[in-house]
Design a protein around this ligand. Structure first.
Ligand SMILES: *[C@@H]1O[C@H](CO)[C@@H](O)[C@H](O)[C@H]1NC(C)=O
Ligand SMILES: *[C@@H]1O[C@H](CO)[C@@H](O)[C@H](O)[C@H]1NC(C)=O
Ligand SMILES: *[C@@H]1O[C@H](CO)[C@@H](O)[C@H](O)[C@H]1NC(C)=O
Ligand SMILES: *[C@@H]1O[C@H](CO)[C@@H](O)[C@H](O)[C@H]1NC(C)=O
Length: 425
């Protein structure tokens, strides 16, 4: 009887040993195959050493941040003149804020950060200012109610994203990608290709963050998955607000604030969508080639000039007549643009004198304009994409900085093609 048990035990132990060896082998093979197949090598990019990051779970978290000063501010005359004074709600609001800024005693020595109080406005109150508010789309009314809410809690942070041990490890380029919770696949394609963190040619450090709000009400909760993803990749920033199109201006604003608190010394920022293909090595070459005076006041991308509000309620970019009237100052398309990190404090400061606008890239353009900085056109940014027949051609993409739009599979194919040693253009 005893012997039989011992025999059985030996058999069980031996077989479980074999099984575990087998599984480890399979996992190894899968890993290397995956690495070889889907992660093309990035020439001259040394991957970043993972640093242990304290991850807060989906719970409110307060952390002590270094308070930052707002620099002295001057609001440009051209901007003031570009936005007509008329009866539209936003125009009135802007010019009232500008008057506050100009009035004695309300000068820049006063910190405007406490100015906006988040008290979601009622429709009745808004109707006093916008007679036809009941004809506005529902999301628009949500936007209006929350227009003054600028401090949503940060749910998932990456406090060590930009920490560095030495001067030479300062981050040269930070990629800030607007994403929404459910776009896991897009984020992963970016991580494996043009969004890879690390040390690139000429000793340039690159880091990436994805900017997210919460899952929307009608979606299944993705909190657990997002939590896992944040821990695994340490590149998610998640705020507690509804991640809708009209909240993208808020997303940019809280991102600027995060930068000032957590990542203040970055040389350049690329801000873009998660469905673009950016050519990071080409972007780095371009940035490296800038003259010092260009590098400190950069705002470049595909410039959209002479744009005006679209009045068709069925389209995404609809802006009601009673909300805004006038042209938009020239702006860089929000699919992807570049700017100098040293502008962040001023950009954030001036945002307190410009009411939130439902279209984020138009808003960004206004903020730059208010600082006296014009969007500079760069032909390498193709937010309206390139010729159909060139869209999978790595050679055509070699000299471009950005194209919109590519799906995850196209992104991976393009990147692999561009970095293939067999490629002759
Ligand atoms: C100064 O600014 C505050 C809000 O920041 C505003 O309530 C007040 O009316 C302004 N004063 C003047 C004279 O504009
Ligand atoms: C933006 O987010 C806030 C906070 O979650 C929400 O109250 C508001 O409705 C959102 N706005 C839109 C247009 O979805
Ligand atoms: C998001 O919007 C919905 C209504 O659309 C609201 O019920 C919910 O509270 C909002 N979430 C936040 C975080 O404000
Ligand atoms: C940023 O640079 C300033 C001045 O060079 C330095 O005092 C500060 O410690 C740096 N901050 C970080 C977070 O590296």
């Amino acid at each position: 009887m005893k012997k039989k048990y011992i025999k059985l035990l030996i058999v069980v132990l031996a077989s479980s040993f074999c099984i575990s060896i087998f599984f480890f082998k399979v996992r190894d093979v899968e890993h290397t195959q995956r690495d070889l197949a889907t992660i093309p090598s990035v020439p001259a990019a040394t991957p970043r050493k993972p640093t242990p990051v304290v991850m807060s779970t989906i719970k409110k978290k307060t952390r002590s941040v270094i308070p930052f000063e707002l620099p002295p501010l001057k609001i440009s005359e051209t901007f003031r003149n570009d936005i007509p004074k008329n009866g539209a709600f936003w125009n009135r609001k802007l010019h009232s804020l500008l008057r506050q800024f100009d009035s004695p005693g309300n000068q820049t020595d006063k910190d405007p950060r406490g100015k906006f109080k988040c008290q979601p406005e009622s429709l009745e109150l808004l109707q006093m200012n916008i007679q036809d508010i009941h004809s506005y789309p529902l999301l628009y009314r949500d936007f209006l109610r929350g227009m003054e809410c600028r401090n949503p809690p940060l749910l998932i942070d990456q406090p060590d994203k930009c920490s560095s041990d030495s001067e030479k490890d300062q981050i040269f380029l930070l990629l800030a990608i607007k994403s929404i919770p459910k776009n896991f696949e897009r984020r992963q394609a970016i991580r494996e290709t043009w969004g890879r963190e690390g040390l690139y040619k000429n000793g340039l450090q690159v880091r990436i963050v994805f900017l997210l709000g919460g899952s929307s009400e009608d979606d299944p909760s993705l909190d657990k998955l997002i939590s896992f993803e944040a821990r695994e990749f340490q590149d998610l920033l998640v705020w507690d607000f509804n991640d809708s199109f009209y909240n993208l201006t808020l997303k940019e604003n809280v991102f600027f604030k995060w930068m000032l608190e957590s990542c203040p010394n970055v040389s350049f920022i690329f801000k873009g969508d998660d469905d673009v293909f950016a050519n990071t090595p080409a972007i780095l070459n371009y940035l490296k080639s800038l003259k010092p005076e260009e590098a400190t006041a950069l705002y470049t991308g595909q410039v959209i000039s002479d744009a005006s509000p679209l009045r068709d309620p069925k389209i995404k970019y609809y802006v009601p007549q009673s909300f805004y009237e006038g042209p938009y100052p020239a702006y860089a398309g929000g699919g992807g643009f570049l700017f100098s990190g040293n502008l962040l404090p001023s950009l954030y400061h001036v945002s307190f004198y410009i009411p939130f606008f439902p279209i984020d890239d138009v808003y960004t353009g206004m903020c730059f304009k208010a600082l006296g900085i014009n969007a500079m056109k760069h032909d390498g940014f193709r937010t309206f994409d390139i010729r159909e027949q060139d869209r999978e051609n790595p050679c055509v993409h070699k000299d471009l900085l950005l194209v919109h739009q590519r799906d995850p599979q196209q992104t991976i194919r393009l990147w692999r093609g561009m970095h293939s040693t067999m490629l002759t253009c």
